[in-house]
Design a binder for this molecule. Sequence first.
Ligand SMILES: NC(=O)C1=CN([C@@H]2O[C@H](COP(=O)(O)OP(=O)(O)OC[C@H]3O[C@@H](n4cnc5c(N)ncnc54)[C@H](O)[C@@H]3O)[C@@H](O)[C@H]2O)C=CC1
Ligand SMILES: O=C(O)[C@@H]1CCC=N1
Length: 270
Amino acid sequence: MRISFLGGGNMATALIGGMLERGFGASDIQVVDLQADSCARLASRFGVRAVGAVDDALLDCDVLVLAVKPQQMQVALASLAGRIARPVVVSIAAGLRVADLSRWMGGYRRLVRAMPNTPALIGAGVTGLYADPSVDAAGRAAAERVLAAVGSTVWIGEEAQMDAVTAVSGSGPAYVFHFIEALEAAGASLGFDAATARRLAIDTVLGAAKLAADSDEGPGVLRERVTSKGGTTEAALASMAASGVFDAIVRAVHAAEVRGRELGEQLGKD
Ligand SMILES: NC(=O)C1=CN([C@@H]2O[C@H](COP(=O)(O)OP(=O)(O)OC[C@H]3O[C@@H](n4cnc5c(N)ncnc54)[C@H](O)[C@@H]3O)[C@@H](O)[C@H]2O)C=CC1
Ligand SMILES: O=C(O)[C@@H]1CCC=N1
């Protein structure tokens, strides 16, 4: 299976790295990026073909992944209109709807929207996928194969829910990194050196996530197990509740969902 990327930034790098780790061949992967330094970096790091402009070889693929910023998409797609007939086109852009992507590609409709996240870099991503109803089973399977190479996949039945996927799991790693930053800062403020504070914070999140993933019980039950009556955890959780941490996180995820919808509406007007 031949895969091409339009845009070779953070996410394309994460996806290509993960795919190569999982047995995709470098000679089956191509990238186009406007920045010469991005092309040089991808070519030297991964051994893939990386070019500065769309050409016929790049478009001769089974899956074309659209990996430019939402604001860059319309201009980027203008270079494809009328030039593709075969590949299933997979957009990983936040917000942008199938109808608008299709219009910008001159009516091409073999489109799948995917929302991966950066842990794809180590094969630990999760991706929500939505296919235009016109995409056949083979097209869906091809798109899923690319994203499944870098983590788990979940098909979403309604396109409108892709903004919720973006808010929960697409942006989600940033929330977790932010939590790690806070835990690390707290450790440092309690007197640990930087390396020790970071180790304690990261390994705690890693271990807790693994425990949650491996357990038949939900995170609420696991939380209660840590929380001894009258103990230290109870004191910390009471402080979090007083600060409204839980509700603040829920509100933050809703803000991300709203921003995804706004992006789609604003950019789709043109
Ligand atoms: N960063 C993340 O965690 C996630 C990002 N996304 C989505 O992935 C997409 C890419 O995001 P990043 O990789 O973070 O952005 P990025 O800015 O790192 O990469 C975009 C790349 O596209 C290139 N580019 C721009 N216009 C181009 C054109 N016309 N032709 C060829 N290349 C062009 C840029 O030079 C840049 O290297 C976005 O649409 C974003 O919504 C999706 C899931 C997670
Ligand atoms: O922040 C963003 O817009 C992108 C989409 C999901 C993660 N990063």
